[in-house]
Ligand binder design. Structure first.
Ligand code: ASP
Length: 367
């Protein structure tokens, strides 16, 4: 499924003015040839908003439209950075910040709750041009965990900070702080309560600072074990030919004991190298960690010379499916090949290359 035609590097044949018009533009495919040219790269960006049991039959049309609009908005924000010559790193951060502010997604505001009733956020970013990376786990006060991950990369000698220390570093780095209740959404809270009841676990008190419970029942609560993830991730190629990847998440619903998923683990949920590809993953993180999914996709490209789509499909449909893992990846190659691959009924996703048409998809029967 979801096989992208090989060599999606598009030559721009229309004007930039048409870029976001939504009109179908004539494009020609240049294949992988010239992928290592140092200049005159055409930019490209791919984004995901989580994978899981996301099916047409159970999707309310207004919610579906809202997801599509959000995916489009974030993609276009990243594309604008790339189009004016910005770096892939800046594009990844810009697009993820928008998704972190959007309560539809399980990242930043709208994050899933841990079993103790807290929002504990994970994020990572990697610069494929120099293999620098930054990551944070279980942070609770940064409005934009992706920016905190970037600060770890750029302003600390370390790669991965967790918990209280990471929260303290966020203040030191001058990032925007919020009260933990900022991340609260009624929908996620009610989903947590339902999940904990099902598992026979204690229900924590409603978080301090959360709004009072609504008089009307909340609709669209996820059933327990819904396996609808809403993690967000972005991979991008800029005009200088540099790749970057980033991922941000609240983790899995009702996670316990300081659990950290794959998203902030470099090589598992996030990876970027100009030598091979940039990848962001989503799904049940435990499988992605054990399979080092993101790095494995790139290693197949780098050492086996596989095309990116084939490499992503092999890891997702052979390795991940073989372990009964669920989820998917987005990826981008130095030649601009834009890829997604997932083994779930749906994955929120979008992509856009310079001169191309914005594509937004949710279900597995869409291209
Ligand atoms: N991969 C994330 C985690 O396990 C969850 C997700 O993708 O939604 O933390």
């Amino acid at each position: 499924m979801d096989r992208v035609s090989e060599g999606t590097r598009m030559k721009m044949t229309g004007s930039i003015r048409n870029l976001f018009s939504g009109a179908i533009m004539a494009t020609t495919f240049a294949g992988g040839a010239g992928a290592q040219q140092p200049t005159a790269h055409h930019w490209a960006i791919v984004l995901h908003g989580g994978a899981g049991i996301i099916e047409r039959a159970s999707m309310n049309p207004a919610t579906e439209a809202a997801y599509r609009a959000s995916l489009a908005e974030a993609t276009q924000a990243g594309a604008q950075v790339l189009d004016r010559g910005g770096t892939s790193l800046d594009a990844v951060e810009a697009a993820i910040r928008i998704l972190e502010d959007d309560p539809l997604f399980n990242a930043g505001r709208g994050a899933d709750f841990a079993a103790d009733g807290r929002n504990e956020l994970d994020a990572a970013i990697m610069d494929g041009s120099n293999m620098k990376a930054g990551a944070v786990g279980d942070v609770t006060r940064s409005r934009h965990p992706i920016s905190l991950a970037r600060a770890v990369m750029e302003k600390s000698p370390h790669v991965f900070l967790v918990g209280q220390g990471a929260d303290e570093f966020s203040v030191y780095a001058g990032l925007e702080q919020v009260d933990p209740s900022y991340f609260f959404t009624e929908r996620r809270w009610q989903s947590l309560v339902k999940q904990l009841k099902k598992e026979g676990l204690p229900i924590p008190p409603r978080p301090a600072g959360a709004p009072p419970p609504p008089a009307e029942p909340v609709t669209e609560i996820e059933p327990p074990d819904a396996h609808k993830y809403g993690t967000v991730g972005v991979v991008a190629l800029d005009r200088a030919g540099n790749l970057a990847a980033g991922t941000s998440t609240g983790g899995t619903q009702a996670k316990r004991w300081g659990r950290v998923g794959d998203s902030p683990i470099i090589g598992a949920g996030t990876y970027a190298s100009n030598q091979s590809c940039a990848v962001s993953a989503t799904g049940t993180g435990e499988y992605f960690i054990r399979l080092t999914v993101a790095r494995t996709v790139c290693a197949l490209v780098q050492y086996k010379g596989m095309k990116l789509q084939a490499a992503a499909d092999e890891v997702v449909h052979q390795e991940l499916t073989g372990l009964d893992g669920d989820g998917g990846v987005i990826a981008i190659a130095p030649d601009g090949e834009m890829v997604w691959s997932f083994n779930t009924p749906g994955m929120y996703r979008a992509r856009l290359a310079e001169g191309g048409k914005l594509e937004v998809g949710i279900y597995n029967d869409e291209p």
